[in-house]
Design a protein around this ligand. Structure first.
Ligand code: ZN
Length: 366
């Protein structure tokens, strides 16, 4: 996928605000090379490899440039000025993929240091897809908590950082976070309890005793905007943990044995008592959500056949039908990037959430 500066390097908040069919964490241009992976050994030391450090799933960020910090192998592993030297074996390392070097070097390629690809080394690893001289190989690396690093930047939580990121930084940082989170949670075999090891650049883990193989998982979540039969109201709810006055679409994990419409219908009924027609559930879009273990938010529209609200479980503290004019005000407020988080006026999540895009798309088109 080629990099399009007008998309990939624009603010993800602005891009989502202007394109309601685009979701934050989409638009990752990396070629993941899943068909061509062999061993990580040869490639990590390559001069065209770049590493994005994470510490306890917080990403290393340059607040001045408003960019994640990508480091060379030499800087990270050969040249640290600390008492204890960092080694590759101490870190969890995942190969994210290969792409244009402008992903990290935002200056034009012509002004970058010339680099020559070592095609012999690279071909051992990639077998078929060789990066060109203007491409880099990208890794996410988890720095062990015990290591006192002095790397240039600040470790920051990805979620509050999103409004500051470009489309591409959000997507790539999200990919790294989700994968490192999965590796951190799967250090031991779920079958026999023995240690597991990472293979093929982090695309899987294998048990050292029983050989069971584990693959990174993505948990599907159905997120539903329910439309009233009058077509002029939509159903939104709020949990006690939400910021003040924020309402959003109803959502929940898809359970084993459920189709997407069945999950939408069940979640909506459990949380609100509203009944929807499972034959009329429409897919809108999906959003990779690299938090809470790695989820895929599947956005849908559903149409109510019984609009009576009854809070069956304790998940929501309130659930209401909102009119089109109320929604207009809530959209406007949620698009104010400088909005005071304690503002008491009603609002929906910001444009970087698929809930916002579902609601805005209904408001503007349906
Ligand atoms: Zn095992």
């Amino acid at each position: 996928m080629s990099l399009r500066p007008e998309i990939h390097f624009s603010s993800v908040f602005d891009h989502c605000s202007l394109n309601n069919n685009f979701q934050c964490f989409q638009g990752n241009p990396l070629n993941r090379l899943n068909l061509h992976r062999k061993s990580l050994q040869d490639i990590v030391q390559h001069s065209q490899s770049r590493f994005l450090p994470y510490r306890q799933l917080k990403v290393l960020f340059n607040q001045e440039k408003k960019q994640p910090v990508w480091l060379t192998h030499q800087f990270l592993f050969d040249n640290n000025n600390t008492e204890h030297k960092l080694t590759v074996d101490q870190c969890e390392l995942v190969l994210l993929g290969i792409s244009s070097q402008s992903l990290v070097d935002r200056s034009p390629v012509a002004t970058s240091e010339p680099t020559k690809i070592d095609s012999e080394t690279v071909s051992k690893f990639f077998l078929a897809s060789e990066p060109g001289p203007d491409e880099y190989i990208y890794f996410a690396v988890s720095i062990p908590p015990s290591f006192a690093d002095k790397l240039p930047g600040t470790y920051m939580d990805l979620r509050p950082l999103l409004p500051q990121l470009s489309v591409i930084d959000a997507a790539v940082c999200g990919q790294g976070r989700a994968l490192l989170d999965w590796h951190q949670s799967n250090q031991y075999c779920g079958k026999c309890g023995s240690p597991t090891i990472s293979l093929e650049g982090g695309t899987r883990r294998k048990c050292t005793k029983c050989n069971h193989t584990f693959y990174p998982r993505t948990d599907p979540v159905a997120i539903t905007l329910v439309i009233h039969s009058d077509k002029e109201h939509v159903l939104l709810g709020r949990k006690p943990s939400f910021p003040p006055s924020m309402y959003t679409c109803l959502a929940g994990f898809i359970e084993p044995g459920e189709s997407i419409p069945e999950a939408c219908s069940r979640e909506v009924w459990e949380e609100s008592g509203v009944v929807v027609n499972t034959n009329q559930t429409h897919y809108f879009d999906s959003q990779p959500w690299p938090f809470l273990g790695g989820q895929l938010m599947i956005g849908c529209y559903a149409y109510a056949t019984d609009e009576t609200i009854t809070l069956h479980d304790s998940e929501l503290e309130d659930c209401r039908w909102f009119s089109r004019s109320e929604i207009a005000d809530m959209i406007q407020r949620s698009r104010n990037i400088n909005l005071d988080q304690n503002d008491r006026n009603l609002r929906i999540p910001p444009p970087i959430a698929i809930a916002h895009q579902l609601i805005y798309n209904w408001y503007s088109k349906i």
